[in-house]
Design a protein around this ligand. Structure first.
Ligand SMILES: [Zn+2]
Length: 201
C-alpha cells in the first residue's frame, strides 16, 4: 500500500502511514457507533440464558393432568428448527414474530381440546380457558399449568409488553395483557402458528 511512496522521502511514507492509521481508527469508531445505534434485532430467548433442565406438567391428549416432571430444555440449531417448522411457525416461534390478525388457524376455533407447542408438544392451553377476544388471535385467560410457560418483559417496537414463551423449548408464543375476562383478568394473546390443536377425544 505504501510502496509507491518509497521513491519519495521517508517523511511522506510516515505521513501516509499516520493518515492511514487515523483513518482506520475513525472507521473502527464509526463501526462501533453504528453498531450501538442500530436498532436491536428481535430475537427469541437463547438457550444460554435458560436453565438446561426445566420443570413442566405433562398432560394427556384428552387434557388430563398427568405429572410434574423435570426434563432437559429442548435445544436445536436454527437449521433444525427451520427444517421441522413451516416458515411462518419458524419465524414466530424462533424469532419472536407475530402473525397477521385473523389469518391464523385458531382465532375462531371453538372446539374442545388442548393446545400444544408446535415445536416440542408441551401442553400450553386448554379450550376451557379460551375466549373470544375480538382481536383475531387465539386468546386464553390462563395457561394449562403455570409451569409450562414463561413470561418476560418485552420492550421491542417502542412498547412495554410481557412476552410468553414455552418453558420446554423457549418458543415464542405471544404476549399476555391485563385486560382479560374473569377470573384472572389476563389475556394470553397467542399466535396460532406457535400452537398445535389436539381435539378432545
Ligand atoms: Zn415448546
Amino acid at each position: 500500500m505504501f510502496e509507491s511512496d518509497l521513491d519519495r522521502d521517508g517523511s511522506s511514507v510516515r505521513l501516509r502511514r499516520r493518515e492511514f492509521l487515523l483513518a482506520s481508527a475513525s472507521a473502527v469508531a464509526g463501526m462501533v457507533l453504528w453498531t450501538l445505534r442500530k436498532p436491536r434485532l428481535v430475537k427469541a430467548t437463547t438457550s444460554k440464558e435458560l436453565p438446561q433442565e426445566v420443570t413442566i406438567v405433562q398432560f394427556s391428549d384428552s387434557g388430563k393432568r398427568l405429572k410434574k416432571v423435570r426434563v432437559p430444555l429442548v435445544v436445536k440449531t436454527e437449521d433444525e428448527w427451520r427444517r421441522e417448522l413451516s416458515p411462518n411457525s419458524f419465524d414466530i416461534t424462533r424469532h419472536a414474530g407475530t402473525e397477521i390478525a385473523y389469518t391464523g388457524n385458531y382465532w375462531n376455533l371453538h372446539e374442545k381440546g388442548l393446545y400444544r407447542c408446535i415445536c416440542c408438544e408441551n401442553a400450553l392451553f386448554s379450550s376451557d380457558t379460551k375466549f373470544d377476544s375480538g382481536t383475531g388471535w387465539p386468546s386464553f385467560w390462563a395457561p394449562i399449568a403455570p409451569e409450562n410457560i414463561r413470561t418476560k418483559r418485552d420492550t421491542t417496537f417502542g412498547m412495554v409488553r410481557t412476552s410468553v414463551s414455552c418453558t420446554e423449548c423457549a418458543a415464542h408464543l405471544g404476549h399476555v395483557f391485563d385486560d382479560g375476562p374473569e377470573p384472572t383478568h389476563l389475556r394470553y394473546c397467542m399466535n396460532s402458528a406457535s400452537l398445535r390443536f389436539v381435539a378432545a377425544i
